[in-house]
Design a protein around this ligand. Structure first.
Ligand code: ARG
Length: 423
């Protein structure tokens, strides 16, 4: 096993073949041309369907046609929706994955999957280099490159956004000169979408002192324009993963789609915050994550209900560590698998139903039910019928507080002694 960092940047000036992770947007379209010129390479393109472009399935056909028009020799579109949900999103739900308490990792967990599939294509087609559209400033470059290197040590990763040194205006000029169509879509903002969420960056969003304008949101109704009456939904969980809505069992893709629609209608899941990127930059992030927010809130509530206080306290640490690994591009680290062994063990009993109230941007858990809930009405009730013997408190509290009370007194004495010594 060797890791040698010999050069910063590409090792060769010519590649016979390059696989480009292709979104169909302006950056990767310019890249398709640029890589052909710069490396005299045949370009293969790969577009992963993670459920982006919810409404418009014909979009993937258009992307394919565009790739061929710009000179790709072979294009791959893979429908990864089911895999994405089962192997990446469900673990995120089980880990209550909210980076810095707020961002449900929608982009973060999609990246390893895209690259793993990309590496498979590269191996199958004998392609020595993979190019992607990340800049040198974000997290996605780390997620892509670390995943690729772990799965194929000898694959070369090309990052034209770093290499070509073009600003936005030069890129537009390049596009015009090379017959690359510039659409109005996504012009202002840099966006990323999948079944679990949508992120937007750049332009006015780079100014944290200004509220994100309405046009940065494409999915959700503004909370103030959302329906005036609340809607209630019941999310059914089995072993920590969502399996049904309002008692009706359905596939993961259908379930997320339905939650997405209901959430968007009620303006749920609009998030904006100052995020700490892995590389140390702070960035203003704007998200729309309706299904993700409902699912993580509901899961967390149900999990808390069926776990002991010790499990709940310890799991919060495990969840946070898992979330940071996923966010920081270390999906391949064995620690993730080890943490998941614990997370899965806990989730074996996270089965039940959670009732969520949706109203003008908020999604609040209002009720839950589980055969494994640790709540006992008989013990907890303030009615006199309770069999919980309150007299036990006379014995419990002195023992519970004994060491803390003693510590408090002795610290006071120690501080007094110090004070006297100084005087
Ligand atoms: N900050 C988020 C993350 O690191 C989202 C990045 C998405 N990229 C984009 N071009 N909008 O996961």
């Amino acid at each position: 096993m060797e890791i040698i960092i010999t050069t910063l940047g590409p090792k060769k000036s010519h590649y016979e073949k390059i696989l480009l992770l292709y979104s169909g947007g302006l950056d990767t379209s310019c890249m398709l041309k640029w890589l052909q010129d710069k490396y005299k390479a045949k370009i293969y393109t790969f577009t992963a369907d993670l459920g982006q472009e919810f409404a418009d399935k014909s979009r993937f056909k258009e992307i394919e046609e565009k790739a061929y028009k710009l000179g790709a020799v072979k294009h791959f579109t893979l429908d990864l929706k089911e895999k994405f949900l089962k192997e990446y999103i469900f673990p995120t739900i089980k880990a209550n994955g909210l980076y810095q308490g707020i961002y449900p990792l929608s982009t973060a967990v999609g990246r390893p999957l895209i690259m793993i599939e990309g590496v498979k294509i590269a191996k199958q087609e004998n392609i020595p280099a993979i190019a992607h559209g990340c800049t040198g400033k974000g997290n996605d470059q780390i997620r892509f490159n670390v995943t690729a290197k772990a799965h194929a040590l000898d694959v070369e990763i090309l990052m034209p956004m770093i290499e070509w040194n073009m600003g936005r205006d030069e890129e537009m000029k390049y596009a015009l000169e090379h017959g690359i169509p510039i659409s109005n879509q996504n012009k202002k903002y840099s966006t990323d979408e999948n079944l679990f969420g949508r992120s937007a960056e750049c332009d006015i969003l780079e100014h944290p002192e200004i509220e994100p304008p309405e046009d940065a949101r494409e999915w959700t109704t503004a909370p103030e324009s959302a329906p005036d009456t609340p809607e209630y939904i019941m999310i059914n969980f089995e072993e920590g993963v969502p399996v049904g809505l309002n008692g009706e069992k359905m596939s993961a893709v259908k379930l997320i789609g339905q939650l997405h629609d209901i959430g968007c209608k009620h303006g749920v899941g609009r998030i904006e915050h100052m995020e700490d990127r892995a590389i140390g930059l702070k960035s203003r992030e704007t998200y729309e994550v309706p299904a993700a927010i409902m699912l993580i809130k509901a899961h967390k509530d149900l999990e808390k209900y069926v776990c002991t206080k010790h499990e709940n306290s310890f799991k919060a640490h495990v969840d946070q560590r898992w979330t940071e690994l996923a966010y920081e591009g270390l999906w391949v680290d064995p620690l993730r698998g080890a943490l998941e062994a614990f997370i899965n063990e806990i989730n074996k009993k996270v089965t039940g139903t959670v009732k969520v109230k949706l109203f003008k941007g908020s999604a609040e858990v209002v009720a839950r039910e589980s055969p494994y809930g640790l709540y006992d009405l008989n013990l907890a009730t303030y009615d006199t019928t309770s069999t919980f013997d309150q007299k036990l408190s006379y014995g419990f509290i002195p023992i519970w507080g004994m060491q803390s009370e003693l510590g408090f007194k002795l610290k006071k004495i120690a501080l007094n002694n110090l004070k006297e010594k100084k005087e």
